[in-house]
Structures are given as structure tokens and as C-alpha cells.
Design a protein around this ligand. Sequence first.
Ligand code: SF4
Ligand code: SF4
Length: 195
Amino acid sequence: MNAWELNLSEINQEAAAFKEQLRKRSGANLAECCQCGKCTAACPFAPYMDVMPRQIVRYVQLAQLEAALTAKTPWICASCYTCSCRCPQEINLPALMECLRQEATRQGKIAVKEVDLFARTFMKTVRAFGRSHEMLMMGLFNIRSLHFFQDLRYAPTLYLKGKIHLLPQRIKDRATLRRLIEQSTSQVKKGGEKA
Ligand code: SF4
Ligand code: SF4
């Protein structure tokens, strides 16, 4: 077989295995996608994506896993659910994007490192205080991303309007929250499935 020829039986087996894995983990039945494109038309972040949401589904349907896992799109997706509200097949695209982010992280293929850094910095403050502390989070993020002065000009206005606070607010039972986060993190690392 030439390098450019596709072995459809192999692709179908691989696609079936991956779709089954995604179905269990995300609840998204990608076989029902009819490629209508409504998800892409509705997505407010599509202009910033390198691959459109409809195409991500297509990649997975065709077992083009490398293309799906290395795309920036899952990292740009804001999990706003606009796509799945418009989808005639009620496909849970945000859950699919989340699974692709998790898998890409496991395989060391994070396409937009700043998004991953932002999420990890956010979780750091949540672990510490039980809720996010925007001022600390943005400070940490700017330092870790080496964008020291990014968005700094907004801080005085946000502070005066009471949107950000100098001191963090803490919840009472932080230990339980940390335990829940650890459980969830270790399940994701193991490639946990939804019931
Ligand atoms: S809206 Fe739904 S059915 Fe249409 S392309 Fe997107 S995921 Fe597929
Ligand atoms: S959930 Fe993600 S893919 Fe769907 S509309 Fe929102 S940003 Fe776009």
C-alpha cells in the first residue's frame, strides 16, 4: 500500500475505538454529527480558532486524532455551550473539547500553553482559599507567563469598583475541597470515564 493510500478498515476500527472512548468520557455521540456546521456558525470564538468546531468532530470521526489533539481549538473553546444548544443532534461539543484538552495534556501536546498556565494558576488560588482570588491569580499569571504588565492598567478601576480585592475570601472547609480536587485530578490523569 502506498503511503498516501487510506486503509478504511483500519481507520474505522481506530475511529470506533476512539469514539467509544470519547462517548464514555464526554457523553458526546459523534457518530450522529451530520456536519451541518451550526456549531461553527454559532461559536463566538470561531474567529480565533485554527480548526472549526465542526472540523474537530470530523477529525475524530475519521480518526485523525493527531490533528484533533494538536489543534489550538480545544484550548480556545470557552465551554460556553452555544454550539451544543444549536446542534440539531444535541452533541456535547464542550465535553468533547474538554476530553481533547485532557488527552493532549496527557500526551504533552498542549497547543496553547498560556491557556493551560492560566487554568493551573486559577486552580492554585482555588486550592489555597476555596475560591479564586483574582488579584493574586493575575499577578501570578503575569509573572509565570513573563507578561509582567499585562492588563495592569485595569487593576485600579476594577479595585475601585469592588471587582477585585486585596485580601482573599476563604471558604470554611478547604480540606474537603482539596480532597475533591485531588480525586478529580487523579481520575483525569488516569483517563477516567463518566458513568
Ligand atoms: S451542529 Fe452538531 S451536527 Fe452540526 S456539525 Fe456541529 S456537532 Fe455536527
Ligand atoms: S463551547 Fe466552545 S466550541 Fe462551543 S460555542 Fe462555546 S467556545 Fe465555541
